[in-house]
Design a protein around this ligand. Structure first.
Ligand SMILES: Cc1cc2nc3c(=O)[nH]c(=O)nc-3n(C[C@H](O)[C@H](O)[C@H](O)COP(=O)(O)O)c2cc1C
Length: 232
């Protein structure tokens, strides 16, 4: 079992990174192979909006993105963490989601993953941000499994000082480990979004895909066929 934890806090040893690393530590103790990716220390340019990922399957910008995305593609579980900035993920995470987002939105690259969203805030927004991060696995052609969220409002404290935080971390890590081992499904998580994406948006996506399957959406089409997400 492989779990990747990705954190976008710019702070060295920041609160969000502590939570992501603690979850990974618990999962490692349970027997998982883990890796931590510190997005702020990676070379990641802004998305150029060229959409060539849809045609080629790769991002044309020669930086860390393709390598990170390839690691995520072979993981069983993903932990995404961002501090809450104005009740949104921070800009580093937003850019990362833009960079992986377009190909993933169509090809559902992470549609078979188990995911946990993690966020910390001073006093407001951590829960909303942690939930927003789990949207990564909800795509029209396939929806991944949302294990849960870990969120904390730290005020002027360090996250480690919060009561019960260790218990929450252990419980959630165990939930992810067991869910992956037992191939658990979470059918009622984000039910409304799943219906919206799986039925309504799916039709729009299929029309768009079929019109462009030999051209600007070639890689998406080939990926969906190869992974048997779509029938040829
Ligand atoms: C630009 C910026 C915006 C922020 N916006 C909010 C906010 O809207 N609500 C809040 O409660 N905390 C806000 N914070 C505080 C951070 O969310 C909080 O300190 C968080 O724990 C930082 O995580 P880190 O240590 O992992 O970087 C903000 C901090 C910064 C730097």
């Amino acid at each position: 079992m492989k779990i990747i934890g990705i954190c976008s806090s710019p702070s060295i040893n920041g609160n969000t990174g502590v939570l992501v690393k603690s979850l990974l530590g618990e999962l490692e103790n349970l027997g998982a192979e883990i890796e931590f990716i510190d997005l702020a220390r990676e070379e990641l340019q802004f998305c150029r909006g060229c959409m060539s990922c849809l045609r080629t399957g790769q991002c044309i910008i020669p930086d860390s993105l393709n390598e990170i995305r390839n690691k995520m593609a072979v993981a069983d579980g993903l932990i995404l963490g961002s501090p809450s900035y104005g009740i949104r993920p921070n800009a580093i995470m937003k850019n990362f989601l833009d960079r992986v987002g377009l190909f993933n939105a169509y090809a559902a690259m992470f549609g078979d993953k188990y995911i946990i969203g993690v966020s910390t805030a001073g006093g407001i927004g951590a829960k909303q941000v942690a939930k927003q991060l789990t949207d990564l696995v909800i795509c029209p052609f396939k929806q991944g499994k949302i294990v849960g969220t870990l969120h904390a409002h730290v005020g002027v404290k360090r996250v480690e000082e919060l009561p019960d935080i260790d218990k929450k971390i252990s419980k959630l890590a165990l939930k992810m480990f067991n869910a992956i081992e037992r191939k658990r499904r979470f059918p009622f998580q984000k039910l409304f979004k799943k219906i919206l994406f799986g039925i309504l948006l799916r039709r729009i996506f299929i029309n768009n895909l079929m019109r462009n399957k030999d051209g600007r959406m070639k890689a998406v089409y080939e990926y969906l066929i190869e992974k048997k997400i779509l029938a040829a």
